[in-house]
Design a protein around this ligand. Structure first.
Ligand SMILES: C[S@@+](CC[C@H](N)C(=O)[O-])C[C@H]1O[C@@H](n2cnc3c(N)ncnc32)[C@H](O)[C@@H]1O
Length: 374
């Protein structure tokens, strides 16, 4: 049986799919910068208090000891110091850091709620980040956990949703939904959709609302059964199941060449080996099938003092992000993601937003890859 090759829309048309609600985007870059400044200020205060660097340079190891940093957060501390170096607050490298002449940003806790509000987040996100900033000395020592802060009221689904609920993610989810509808309109009924790491269902909601009930064979999956059960209740008529992106899909209900469209909203950075996970995805797609995924293309500085703690390995586990092109960092840049797509037999198609768009300020992008002939 042959399958249709469906070309995606132009980048301009795809971008327009995300811009439906007429939001004024001009304040977004400045609000994002504000969050970065708050984070950098907090990190500078913490590091320079624990390890004054104006007299004697200190190695990353010595700074880790001064902070009492838990070994599993060693890579995060390295990213903190690199971010401070980018701002000129410190200079040097792992063998010796000293105080740079970069000024400390003039930003504090009072700026947090307005910045998050300008970015379209619900108040819950600013409240969580405020707690995380106050707890930084304990978080880096593992004497408090970011999970305790984010999920303090036990409402994991709401916490995950709050983090995803902002102008950037809404834009990306709308583009994703528009592309799914574009494909469906050209392919016809019975389009098989497999969503990976569906989580709190914001991507699912955007896509299903756009497609309409029963217009696709939709399978929602996640590593966590809690999320698949919640999605099953919320979205009647879809199939749900547990699926780990780190293992071949065929043994997890995803037969080779059975899917037209794979969706992965902010999931693939969780892969132990991105190259391997993209190959699993290529395997489940029909020739000409699409993978649409959204991902970070850099770690914005706001992440470093909040969600960044989730990116550290478990205690005693080996370092993460070493198996693929990431070279120890949690995210690839756009060229890196495209290179990984190509290596897995998926031709890189769209990558949005363009760098000049205010929507690019958070460092999150949507990518489309097209499965070549097997
Ligand atoms: C940022 S959330 C995804 C958000 C989702 N797009 C939404 O709209 O709510 C990342 C998701 O990836 C899932 N995840 C983490 N590791 C995974 C793995 N190895 N396989 C599949 N899903 C995984 C998490 O359980 C979480 O739900």
């Amino acid at each position: 049986m042959t399958h249709p090759i469906i070309p995606p829309p132009s980048p301009t048309a795809a971008h327009a799919m995300g811009m439906a609600d007429g939001t004024d985007l001009s304040p977004l870059p400045a609000a994002m910068d504000r969050l970065s400044d708050i984070s950098i200020r907090a990190l500078a205060n913490l590091v320079l208090d624990a390890a004054p660097l104006d007299q004697t340079p200190q190695s990353t190891t010595a700074i880790a000891a001064a902070l009492g940093a838990a070994p599993r957060h060693g890579a995060l501390l390295g990213r903190w110091l690199a971010a401070l170096a980018t701002r000129g607050v410190v200079q040097g490298g792992p063998a010796g850091w000293w105080r740079g002449d970069g000024p400390l940003p003039d930003a504090g806790m009072d700026d947090l709620a307005p910045a998050y509000a300008a970015l379209g987040f619900p108040p819950r996100m600013a409240a969580s980040h405020r707690l995380a900033l106050g707890a930084l000395p304990w978080l880096i020592r593992d004497q408090a956990s970011i999970q305790q802060i984010l999920f303090a009221d036990g409402r994991v689904l709401e916490a995950l949703a709050a983090y995803q609920d902002n102008h950037f993610t809404r834009y990306l989810n709308r583009v994703c939904a528009g592309l799914a509808a574009w494909r469906h309109d050209r392919q016809g009924p019975g389009m098989a959709v497999l969503e990976l790491g569906g989580g709190a269902g914001l991507t699912t909601d955007a896509v299903l609302s756009r497609l309409g009930p029963g217009r696709a064979d939709y399978r929602f999956t996640d590593l966590s059964r809690m999320f698949t059960l919640a999605a099953g209740q919320r979205f009647p008529g879809i199939e749900t199941g547990v699926l780990d992106i780190n293992a071949p899909f065929a043994a997890q209900g995803g037969a080779d060449g059975s899917v037209d469209l794979v969706l992965a909203g902010n999931v693939l950075h969780n892969a132990a080996d991105i190259t391997a996970s993209l190959r699993h995805i290529r395997q489940v797609l029909r020739p000409g099938g699409w993978l649409i995924f959204t991902e970070s293309v850099w770690e914005n500085e706001a992440l470093l003092t909040c969600m960044g703690f989730l990116l550290s390995p478990a205690a005693g586990a080996p370092p993460l992000y070493r198996a693929d092109r990431r070279a120890g960092l949690p995210f690839l840049d756009a060229d890196g993601w495209r290179a990984e797509l190509g290596a897995a037999g998926l031709s890189p198609g769209l990558c949005l937003p363009e760098a000049v768009s205010p929507m690019a300020a958070a460092g999150q992008c949507l990518f489309l890859g097209i499965a070549g002939d097997a």
